[in-house]
Design a protein around this ligand. Structure first.
Ligand code: NAP
Length: 343
C-alpha cells in the first residue's frame, strides 16, 4: 500500500478522501492537495492543483444549485406597511419579488428590487410560485376576488399573513380552486416589534392544503424556511386554536394599548419602569392601522367575548375599590356621629 511519503512527488497524495459528499469523478476523490505544487498518482498523468480542487468546487457548485433551487418567485398582494416589511427580508434572502396593491407603491417596490404591477392580470401572468396575501383583514375577500386566478399556474401556493386565521382559511377554501395549495400563516411580530430582527419571535402556520407531490411540499418548506432562517420560533397550529389564543393575547394587548392611548399619556420626570412599558405598549399597538385592530375584532369570533370579559373585569375592580372606600367612609361617618351624640 502506498503511503504518502512513498509517493514520487510531494504534493497530492493517495490519502482517503475525508470529504463524505458524493463526487462525480471517483478517481479524483482520491486526490488530496498538499500545501504546494502539482501532480500526482502513480502511473497517472500529472494532475493540476485546479483539478484536485474539483471535489471542493463541485461541493460549492452543488450547494449553489441547491440554494438557487430554493429561491422562490413571490407575489406580494397588498404592499402596505406589513407587505413591505416582509419584502425587505425576502429580498435580502435572494427571492424574486413581485408586488401588487390598491395604491401605487412602485417606489417602495423598486427600493427592494421588486417589480410593481398596477394590474393584477400582469402580476398573475408572471406565474409566481407563491401568492402572498398581505392586505388588510377587512379588504381580504375583495382583493382575493379581484385576482384573475385563471392566469396563475394551476399549482400555485397561496399564503396569507392575516392576523386572524380561521377567516382567511375559510376564504381560501371557498374561493380557490382545489388545484392551488394553501398555507395560512401569522408572523406574530411587525415592523415596530421586530425592528431589531426576527430571532426568537413566533411564526404560526397551518398547512391547510398541500398536494402530495415532492416539488410542492419542497416549495412550502422553502417558504417556511425564510422564517426559520431568520431565527423565528416556528409553531405549527390549527387556525381555530390560533384565534382562541390570539384573542386572549394579541387582541387583549391591542385593546389595552388603545384604551391607554385615549388617555394621551406623556413621559414624566419620574417615570417608573411599568409606566414606560405602558408608553411603549401604546407606541407598539397604535403604530398599526385601525383597520388592523378592527379586523382583529370583527374577524375573530373570540374577540367579542374577550371584550366583554375585559368590561366585567374592569367593573369588578372598580367595585372592589369603591366598596373599600365606602366601607371606610361609612365607618368614619358612624364614628363621628357617635362622638357627636356622646354615645
Ligand atoms: P393593514 O391596514 O391591515 O393593511 C394595509 C394593506 O391593506 C395595504 O396593502 C393596503 O393597500 C391594503 N388595503 C386596505 N384597504 C384596502 C382596500 N379597500 N382594497 C384593497 N387593498 C386595501 O396594515 P398592515 O400592517 O400592512 O397589515 C397587512 C396585513 O398583515 C394584515 O392582514 C395584518 O393583519 C397582517 N399583519 C400585520 C402585522 C403588523 O404588525 N402590521 C403583523 C402580522 C400580520 P394600499 O397600501 O395599496 O392602499
Amino acid at each position: 500500500m502506498l503511503s504518502s511519503s512513498s509517493l514520487p512527488c510531494r504534493t497530492p497524495s493517495l490519502l482517503p478522501n475525508p470529504n463524505p459528499n458524493p463526487n462525480p469523478n471517483p478517481n479524483r476523490s482520491l486526490l488530496l492537495l498538499r500545501p504546494h505544487g502539482r501532480c500526482c498518482r502513480r502511473g497517472a498523468p500529472p494532475v493540476l492543483a485546479m483539478d484536485a480542487a474539483q471535489p471542493f468546487d463541485f461541493e460549492s457548485r452543488a450547494s449553489d444549485l441547491l440554494e438557487r433551487q430554493s429561491k422562490l418567485k413571490i407575489a406580494i398582494v397588498g404592499f402596505g406597511n406589513f407587505g413591505q416589511f416582509l419584502a425587505r427580508t425576502f429580498a435580502r434572502q435572494g427571492h424574486t419579488l413581485l408586488a401588487h396593491s390598491r395604491s401605487d407603491h412602485s417606489a417602495a417596490a423598486a427600493s427592494v428590487g421588486a417589480a410593481f404591477f398596477r394590474d393584477p392580470h400582469d402580476l398573475c401572468e408572471c406565474h409566481p410560485d407563491v401568492v402572498l396575501l398581505a392586505t388588510s383583514i377587512l379588504s381580504a375577500e375583495r382583493v382575493l376576488r379581484s385576482l384573475p386566478l385563471q392566469r396563475l399556474r394551476r399549482s400555485t401556493l397561496f399564503v396569507d399573513v392575516l392576523s386572524v386565521k380561521e377567516f382567511p382559511k375559510n376564504l381560501f377554501l371557498q374561493l380557490l380552486p382545489p388545484h392551488f395549495d394553501i398555507l395560512c400563516t401569522h408572523p406574530m411580530f411587525g415592523p415596530e416589534s421586530a425592528k431589531d430582527g426576527w430571532a426568537g419571535l413566533p411564526f404560526v402556520y397551518d398547512k391547510v392544503r398541500l398536494a402530495d407531490a415532492d416539488d410542492r411540499l419542497d416549495r412550502c418548506a422553502n417558504f417556511l424556511d425564510i422564517f426559520s432562517r431568520e431565527g423565528c420560533r416556528m409553531v405549527e397550529m390549527p387556525c381555530g386554536e390560533h384565534d382562541e389564543i390570539a384573542a386572549e393575547s394579541q387582541f387583549l394587548t391591542h385593546t389595552v394599548g388603545r384604551v391607554v392611548a385615549k388617555l394621551d399619556l406623556k413621559p414624566t420626570p419620574i417615570n417608573t419602569k411599568g409606566y414606560e412599558m405602558l408608553l411603549k405598549l401604546v407606541e407598539n399597538t397604535c403604530s398599526d392601522s385601525f383597520d388592523l385592530y378592527n379586523g382583529l375584532f370583527m374577524y375573530n369570533k373570540n374577540s367579542t367575548e374577550l371584550l366583554e370579559r375585559l368590561d366585567v373585569a374592569f367593573d369588578s375592580l372598580k367595585k372592589e375599590l369603591f366598596g373599600r372606600l365606602h366601607d371606610r367612609l361609612r365607618k368614619q361617618l358612624f364614628e363621628s356621629s357617635q362622638s357627636l351624640t356622646g354615645s
